[in-house]
Design a protein around this ligand. Sequence first.
Ligand SMILES: NC(=O)CC(=O)C(=O)O
Length: 302
Amino acid sequence: MASVAPPVFKPFTLTLIQLGSIGSDKAANLQHAREMIAKAAKGNSDKKPRVVVLPECFNSPYGFVHFPAYAENIGHTAGKEYDIQASVSESVKMLSSAAKEEGIWLIGGSIPERDAETNNVYNTCTVYSPTGALVASHRKVHLFDIDIPGKITFKESETLTGGTTTNYFDTEFARIGLGLCYDVRFPELAMIAARRGCHAIVYPGAFNLTTGPLHWELLQRARANDNQVFFSMCSPARDMTSGYHAWGHSMVVDPYARVLAEADENEAILHVDIDPEPFHEVRAGIPVTKQRRFDVYPDVSA
Ligand SMILES: NC(=O)CC(=O)C(=O)O
């Protein structure tokens, strides 16, 4: 269990950026992401974003052949203060200054990361506070290796190494769990986050035209329902000229497993009110979080 108690859950606005125009020019990708963060952070007449989310792999084309060339050294260790000024990652610097300038919590989608010591490449999400501090990171634990004949073959393990840690971060209004895309297919990761007191779980992700219609909504509603938490995934917009056709449909699901908001396949910004009420209500009415039988299945009680 987490050693520090989670913050009191208070209402906040979660904003998803379903980013488009992700091409091979990294500088252009970063610039476009920065412009969209500024646009998203403005909110609208009744919504002021507190947490803004980018999609998986927002600074490079999504494809395992591309990751090594785009990989940046980040060097974040959980629990240790991170020196942004000394960072050699241009993506980290952009995300940090964007969070600070806009005064938002920023879940910076993911970028390919190269570990300076091992030379391993990871698919990594970094998170920033409104002061621009890098407060958490998550290396995709489960690599996307699938082969559906005639539809899609993808093998992240050709160039990536899987992460080995589960991660969350605390804001002043909620504890938020982290994962990336294929991680959603493994209920254990979200279950551990929920048991550590997360109120909401956010996974940047990029499903495709085969798996998206099958499982994108199902898995998010399942993880929300299993754990009685808010669950959200933020996708890139679909680009049929790119090598990977993302499903889009960025989404937010509530603790009753109801879809609160969903984008289509185009570039979009979604502002969604996260209200603690259904979180408390469903846990009181259908109290599965208190009815678990760890005496029967102690091996999953970590
Ligand atoms: N892209 C992924 O990591 C996962 C995915 O597309 C799927 O699980 O389907």
